[in-house]
Design a protein around this ligand. Structure first.
Ligand SMILES: Cc1cc2nc3c(=O)[nH]c(=O)nc-3n(C[C@H](O)[C@H](O)[C@H](O)COP(=O)(O)OP(=O)(O)OC[C@H]3O[C@@H](n4cnc5c(N)ncnc54)[C@H](O)[C@@H]3O)c2cc1C
Length: 248
C-alpha cells in the first residue's frame, strides 16, 4: 500500500541455475522454452542459464519484506528446484556433462490474474501505476514504457489495455492469504496453455451469493468473476462438474 492505494501483489521465489562455461555452447543459441518441463534455457556468456516456471510455486515474504531488501537473493532450495532441473537434463543431455556454477533464487511479484497493473488509479488524481510484472518485466519494459508515457501525457492509452488496467483491482483482493495461495498458481501459469475460460484452482469461494447452495444443488459448475462464485454451466446426470480444457 502506498498513497492510500492498494495494489494486490504477492512475491514468489524464482529459481534459475547457471552452468560452467563450455566451448560446446554456441553463442547464437535461440532461447528455448519447454512449457511441459516448466523450463526456459538461454545462452549466457558461454554458459547455459536454466530457469523454472514450476507448476506449484513457492510464495515468499509472508512475514513481511524488510525495508532494506533490494535486489537481494534467497537461499537455494534443491528440493523445490531439483525436479525441474532433472526435467531440463532429460531435454538437454549436455547438462549431464557440465557442472552447475551458480544457483540463483530471487523474489518477483505476482498478480492474482497473471496480468500486470498499468495506468491511472481510479478516483485518484495523478497517481499512475506500472507494476506486477509476473517475471516478464524486462521483456515487457519497452512496450510498457511507451504506453505509460502516452497514458500520462494524454490522460488515456493510445491502445485498448483493459486486460492490464489497474482499474480492475477489487477490495476483496486486499487479503494476504488470498494472494499467497493464488501466487503459488500464477507463476506456473506463465508456462501453461492460456486456455480461454480457464478457472483458477486456488483462492476460490471468496464471495458466494445467497443462492450458492441452491445453484450447487442444481448441478452448477462454478467459475470466478470478480471474486464471486458464478454458476457458469450446469452438469447433466453423471457429468463431472469440472472444466475439461481441450482443443476439441
Ligand atoms: C531471478 C529473476 C529472474 C528474472 N528474469 C527475467 C527475465 O529473464 N526476463 C524478464 O522479462 N523478467 C525477468 N525477471 C522479472 C523482472 O526482473 C521484473 O519483472 C522487473 O524487474 C520488475 O520491474 P519493476 O520496475 O516493476 O520492479 P523492480 O525492478 O523491483 O524496481 C522497483 C524499484 O523501486 C524501488 N523502490 C522500492 N520501494 C521504493 C520506495 N518506497 N521509494 C522509491 N523507490 C522504491 C526499488 O529499489 C527498485 O529499484 C526476473 C526476476 C527474477 C527475480
Amino acid at each position: 500500500k502506498m498513497c492510500g492505494v492498494n495494489i494486490p501483489l504477492h512475491a514468489c521465489e524464482h529459481f534459475y541455475a547457471l552452468t560452467e562455461y563450455s566451448e560446446e555452447i554456441p553463442k547464437n543459441l535461440p532461447i528455448l522454452r519447454n512449457p511441459d518441463a516448466h523450463i526456459y534455457v538461454k545462452e549466457d556468456a558461454g554458459k547455459l542459464l536454466i530457469g523454472a516456471f514450476e507448476k506449484k510455486a513457492k510464495p515468499w515474504g509472508m512475514d513481511g519484506i524488510p525495508e532494506s531488501f533490494e535486489f537481494d537473493s534467497l537461499p537455494n532450495d534443491l528440493d523445490h528446484f531439483g525436479p525441474v532441473l532433472i526435467e531440463a537434463m532429460e531435454r538437454l543431455p549436455i547438462l549431464n556433462d557440465i557442472g552447475i556454477r551458480t544457483y540463483f533464487n530471487g523474489p518477483e511479484s505476482f498478480t492474482p490474474d497473471d496480468r500486470y497493473y498499468l495506468g491511472k488509479v481510479p478516483y485518484k488524481d495523478n497517481i499512475y501505476v506500472s507494476t506486477g510484472f509476473n517475471s516478464i518485466g524486462v521483456q515487457s519494459a519497452g512496450g510498457v514504457g511507451k504506453v505509460m508515457a502516452e497514458w500520462i501525457a494524454n490522460g488515456k492509452s493510445a491502445i485498448d489495455l483493459w486486460d492490464v488496467d489497474v482499474a480492475r483491482v477489487l477490495d476483496f483482493q486486499d487479503d494476504t492469504e488470498y494472494l499467497r495461495e493464488r501466487s503459488s498458481e500464477t507463476l506456473g501459469l506463465l508456462y501453461s496453455v492460456h486456455w480461454p475460460f480457464y478457472q483458477f484452482e486456488t483462492s476460490r469461494n471468496k464471495i458466494q451469493s445467497p443462492l450458492y447452495k441452491t445453484l450447487e444443488s442444481e448441478g452448477a459448475c462454478f467459475g470466478e468473476a470478480a471474486g464471486w462464485e458464478r454458476a457458469n454451466w450446469y452438469a447433466k446426470n453423471d457429468q463431472k462438474r469440472e472444466y475439461e480444457y481441450s482443443y476439441g
